[in-house]
Design a protein around this ligand. Structure first.
Ligand code: FEO
Ligand code: CA
Ligand code: CA
Ligand code: CA
Length: 616
């Protein structure tokens, strides 16, 4: 991989917009195929009819439980021989050199884990409200995670293949808790119902030991109440309900009308909501294992989880909490992951949780500074004084603990990803509501009406200290100057401000999904109104030069998210999420345009036409 990192011809604004937002468009040096759209049976031999977007006949809940869900988001490809390679490495006590590993690991077949973040009732049910428990179950079955075996055929295309390992995890799958909150009364209900389900699975991250971390984001939206008020069982929980955004109608799923688990006023299930908002670990190679909610990583609106191996073999996990004015977090294990795994334990159960404070450093206006990772523990007086006097409370109500110690409000922390030198890139997607008190201006969040987002880079200098700099400020315009910004754009000359030498030909905004490859490229998927009539996009950066190019554009009203390569980097899997927002008049993707067929979330498989490295 010597030479320039970016050689492909960018997808031009003219070529992208010519498609009218009806279909996905891509750089002329690339090709794509659609894989596992919503409704694809996970076992091709099970005899289940695929759902292909018929607006009248929709899958039953039982069928949906055997099909790929909706709202494709974070994902990862686990090569079929990964368990064998990991076992060999464990025997040797070290990893193969990365180049050898890329060659040894199978890039033609494996397990794809895909998050199903959400699907509105209109999209899944064709109506605003469920009218029966069966319809609630169908909605619940469309959520969760798909684990599906896929392989590349002799023509180079990818297919779903039969495997006993393929499974659906839904809002009703039995799960278990691990770490400091497992066994806490905060997770117990008056009825002794076992923990079930995972919800609003947004971003993700793979672990070095071959598992998938899926992140529960807007879990609050699935709970509701027939009554005006919610809660009323516990004062601390009521405070947390407000802080986590629970409300009577939630996001209008109305599951609570037929399923008492999601009823915020049902005393039998008073703590059910505490069971969501966690990072969940899934073993793609053991379909008998329950998903495990790793409570040591805290409870908030988890976007993604970027796992870094530290020099001493311990791990750090970098995690955003996606809400206007919320925080960046880090978990560090107390022991090396190899030692923990060899002892049959998890490095995710024993460690410290920190929240980030971004300070100005020596110059208050140079777009860089220092920072402190503040440990969240009841030993901190400010935390104990907030009523969080034990670690199970600190972790379950992590937002309240972080509020108490002066963490820095950020402009919606979305994905995090680890660069080639161990630096962390965080996408901060946007926040134009500081005037409502949602978030605050600071050197790290320098734009008051931040409609377009930015990317910040952090580098840990110790467990509790870091440096940071603004890597990129995105703008929803190609013209210099922007009346909405409170600060003159010229003040941001230190960052990769979007007035590049290409005249704005590759312009984008609202960075969300992020993946840094081991060669210095940074892939960014966007989610928000794009400039110049563009839909949401996939762009690739050369992090050494700051240059970036448009690789792909999605369809009307979708977002581009989930970024998973094969080990040889010959293939990249990404997703179109909520295409057309479910409206067949907007797009019928992946079906041909007919104005009738319901658009479906799908994985987009990207390859270079010449077989070269994806992103190059
Ligand atoms: Fe699920 Fe914050 O995106
Ligand atoms: Ca500074
Ligand atoms: Ca996101
Ligand atoms: Ca987003």
């Amino acid at each position: 991989n010597k030479g320039p990192l970016l050689t492909f011809k960018p997808l031009t604004i003219a070529d992208a917009t010519a498609a009218g937002g009806k279909t996905v468009t891509i750089s002329p040096d690339y090709e794509y195929q659609v894989l596992i759209p919503w409704g694809t049976p996970i076992n091709p031999e099970a005899g289940i009819t695929p759902y292909e977007g018929d607006p009248v006949n929709r899958p039953t809940s039982e069928e949906q439980e055997q099909m790929v869900g909706i709202g494709h988001d974070g994902m990862w490809f686990f090569p079929s021989n990964l368990p064998r390679v990991l076992a060999t490495e464990a025997r040797r006590g070290r990893e193969l050199p990365s180049r050898a590993r890329r060659q040894v690991l199978d890039s033609r077949s494996g397990m794809l884990c895909v998050n199903h973040e959400f699907g509105t009732n209109f999209h899944v049910l064709g109506k605003g409200q469920p009218e029966s428990l069966e319809e609630v179950r169908r909605s619940q079955a469309a959520h969760g995670v798909t684990v599906v075996a896929i392989a590349q055929n002799w023509r180079g295309k990818w297919d779903v293949v039969p495997s006993a390992l393929s499974r659906r995890i839904t809002a009703n799958t039995e799960v278990m808790f691990s770490g400091p909150v497992a066994g806490s009364p905060l997770l117990e209900n008056a009825v002794s119902n076992p923990p079930q389900g995972t919800l609003n699975n947004c971003g993700s991250g793979p672990t070095p030991w071959g598992t998938f971390l899926t992140c529960e984001e807007n879990f609050n939206g699935y709970f509701g109440s027939a009554e005006e008020s919610i809660g009323g069982f516990d004062a601390l929980q009521d405070k947390a309900y407000a802080r986590y955004g629970f409300s009577r109608f939630g996001f209008n799923y109305s599951w609570h009308l037929f399923d008492p688990r999601f009823d915020l006023k049902n005393g039998n299930y008073a703590n059910e909501s505490n069971r969501f908002g966690w990072i969940v670990e899934i073993d793609p190679f053991d379909h008998t294992k329950k998903p495990v909610k790793r409570s040591a990583l805290g409870r908030f609106k988890h976007e993604a989880a970027a796992v870094k191996e530290l020099k001493d073999g311990r791990i750090a996990v970098y995690m955003g909490d996606d809400q206007r004015g919320d925080y960046c977090y880090k978990y560090e294990s107390n022991v090396s992951w190899r030692a923990a795994i060899a002892a049959g334990q998890s490095p995710l159960d024993d460690g410290k949780l920190y929240v980030a404070r971004f300070d100005e450093g020596s110059n208050a206006n140079d777009g860089q500074g220092t920072g402190i990772w503040i440990e969240l523990t009841p030993a901190n007086e400010a935390i104990a004084n907030a009523g969080l006097d034990s670690q199970d409370k600190v972790l379950t109500y992590a937002r309240l603990a972080a509020d108490a110690v002066g963490a820095t409000p950020m402009d919606r922390p979305e994905w995090s990803t680890i660069g080639t030198d161990g630096q962390v890139y965080w996408t901060l997607t946007n926040n134009d509501r500081k005037d409502d008190g949602q978030g605050a201006i600071s050197e790290a969040n320098p734009i008051f009406e931040n409609t377009d987002g930015y990317i910040i880079e952090t580098n840990d200098t110790s467990a509790t200290a870091f440096t940071w700099n603004l890597f990129l400020l995105a703008r929803n315009t190609r013209s210099p100057g922007d009346p909405e910004t409170a600060v003159d754009p010229q003040d941001f000359s230190f960052a990769n401000y979007q007035a590049p030498s290409d005249g704005g030909a590759n312009v984008f905004s609202d960075p969300d999904a992020a993946f840094a490859d081991p060669f210095g490229r940074l892939f960014i998927g966007t989610d928000g109104a794009q400039p110049d009539g563009l839909q949401d996009q996939l762009v690739v950066f050369d992090t050494n030069t700051g240059e970036y190019r448009r690789l792909l554009m999605g369809v009307n009203s979708d977002e581009i998210t989930g970024l998973a390569p094969t080990p040889d980097f010959g293939t990249l899997f990404t997703n179109t999420q909520h295409p057309g927002d479910g409206d067949p008049k907007s797009t019928n993707f992946p079906a041909k345009t007919d104005g009738i067929t319901i658009p479906r979330d799908a994985t987009i498989v990207i390859r270079r036409k010449d077989g070269g490295t994806v992103g190059s």
